[in-house]
Design a protein around this ligand. Structure first.
Ligand code: MN
Length: 496
């Protein structure tokens, strides 16, 4: 069983521009504990009073996972950790001459004795100690080994090798890690050259028993080893177990992305938008016959679902499947006509949303579709002295409904007001919101794409306007109209 030490709330929070409130940290820590993380590095207690509040809240939350704080080899740091009630400390000591001389302006001997004093002090106060060599990949290996050996003699429970600036290679890891496994050893890798996952896996095979990870690969600069990649690589490629409940990975990833404000790269392994999305007609065809043809792992293993996106490469089989998902069952001739229209749109470089596909199908199959909702007006108030407020008037099934809402911003306020207006007709959730500016100045078109959910029905929809609020409102209303129309039982499958 490989252990996982998650540092999303410490190294991950050191991602430039990221700052989490104590409540957000607690919510993420609970999710980390629930998913099966063994140790949560909740923060660095020396950082700020707010950070200590967060660490204390996490330590007091009664989570299953061990609660840890980052500390330097200084009594003041350890005192704060004790005060916050953590189970353990990640005691980080610079070990390369570069860090010792330039950053610390000390000698090896001075740093060594500070480290031993700190280990003893923390152990005297009942803390579990993970003694960590910072910049270990550029340290003198003999010095590092002595530090680890004596550290364990002074009571350190575990050790950690930090590739602080991501300079290791799997080959070096294979040679250098085995002699350092004097006690349970963690590996802490950074992704500066894209080697974090490879080095982490190599270290686990060389005798390390625990991987330091961050959700979505957050962390300083290019980030740390991504939690989701290590867990799935171990399980799928090496048949190694962790305590992680993989089916909750996507939910955790989304929570972290939302709270940190750091979007996942669309092609990010496991959690990126495109990781389980297929377009090519040929591939989708094979996929529909047997998903193993183009899916190395099944999306439900990580709590996701497969998406077939339509575009110019789309073949008949994938268009037919997408239509069937939306409860459209065209005959052969109608299907051919729909495929042609989809390819025309795809040739314009567009990804076709569900609502666009439904509009095409309606017109080809000559189906009547009068909107349930029409927009009468919307008004937005925002500015430096006003809470963003929206009022929206809709005609819903012929009845005029006006709702107002306050939001985090003008778009948020408008969407909340829309949701209120239709809430009597059906609960519609906004699952995803995506904006592309079509290049130009501040008068450029913005293309808003939304994903909406009503019960188990999910739809994508688009709005394109120069006004971002108007584009958002248009996309949401178009999607709502389709969702509220509900199932399509009465629809004829052949109108020819
Ligand atoms: Mn780090």
């Amino acid at each position: 069983m490989i252990r996982l030490f998650d540092t999303t709330l410490r190294d991950g929070e050191q991602t430039p521009g990221v700052s989490l409130s104590p409540d957000e940290k607690l919510e993420i820590a609970s999710a980390l504990s629930d998913i099966g993380i063994d140790v949560i590095e909740a923060g660095s207690v020396i950082a700020s009073p707010g950070e200590r509040t967060a660490v204390r809240m996490i330590a007091d939350a009664g989570l299953r996972a061990e609660c840890c704080s980052y500390v330097r080899a200084l009594p003041v740091d350890i005192d704060y950790a004790i005060e916050c009630g953590v189970d353990s400390v990640h005691l980080v000591v610079p070990v390369s001459d570069l860090h010792i001389e330039k950053k610390m302006q000390k000698t090896r001997e001075e740093v060594f004795s500070m480290a031993m004093d700190a280990v003893m002090y923390a152990k005297d106060h009942g803390l579990t100690v993970e003694l960590s060599g910072e910049d270990a990949s550029r340290a003198d290996l003999q010095f590092l080994k002595t530090m680890y050996t004596e550290g364990v003699d002074y009571g350190a429970d575990r050790l950690c090798f930090c590739d602080t600036v991501g300079l290791m290679t799997p080959e070096r890891v294979g040679k250098e890690i085995p002699p350092l496994c004097i006690a349970p050893l963690s590996i802490h890798c950074h992704n500066d050259l894209g080697f974090a996952l490879a080095n982490t896996i190599a270290a686990l095979h060389a005798g390390a028993s625990c991987a330091h990870v961050c959700v979505n690969g957050l962390g300083e600069r290019a980030g740390n080893t991504p939690l989701e990649e290590v867990v799935m690589a171990l399980q799928v490629l090496y048949n190694e177990k962790t305590n992680i409940k993989t089916e909750h990975i996507y939910h955790l990833s989304t929570l972290v992305s939302r709270h940190t404000g750091i979007a996942r790269a669309t092609n990010k392994a496991i959690v990126g938008e495109m990781a389980f999305t297929h377009e090519s007609g040929i591939h989708a065809h094979g996929l529909l016959r047997d998903t193993r043809t183009y899916e190395p792992i099944s999306p439900d293993m990580v709590g996701r679902s497969r998406r077939i996106v339509l575009g110019k490469h789309s073949g008949k089989a994938s268009v037919e499947t997408a239509l069937a998902d939306l409860e459209y069952h065209p005959n052969e001739r109608q299907l051919q006509a729909i495929v042609e229209r989809v390819k025309e749109l795809g040739d314009q470089g567009k990804r076709i949303t569900d609502v666009e596909l439904m509009t095409i199908a309606d017109s080809v199959m000559m189906l009547e579709c009068s909107p349930i909702i029409t927009l009468r007006q919307f008004t937005i108030v925002s500015g430096s002295n006003a809470l963003p407020t929206a009022s929206v008037t809709l005609l819903v099934n012929g009845e005029e409904i006006t709702s107002a809402a306050v939001g985090a911003g003008p778009v948020d306020a408008a969407i909340i007001a829309l949701q209120r207006s239709v809430s009597a007709t059906g609960d519609i959730m906004l699952e995803e919101y995506h904006v592309d500016a079509i290049h130009g100045g501040t008068n450029a078109m913005v293309d808003v794409m939304v994903r909406l959910r009503k019960d188990d029905q999910v739809l994508t929809s688009r709005g394109a306007r120069t006004d971002i609020v108007e584009a958002s409102v248009e996309a949401v209303i178009a999607g709502m109209n389709r969702l509220l129309r509900g199932k399509y039982d009465e629809r004829s499958t052949d109108t020819s």
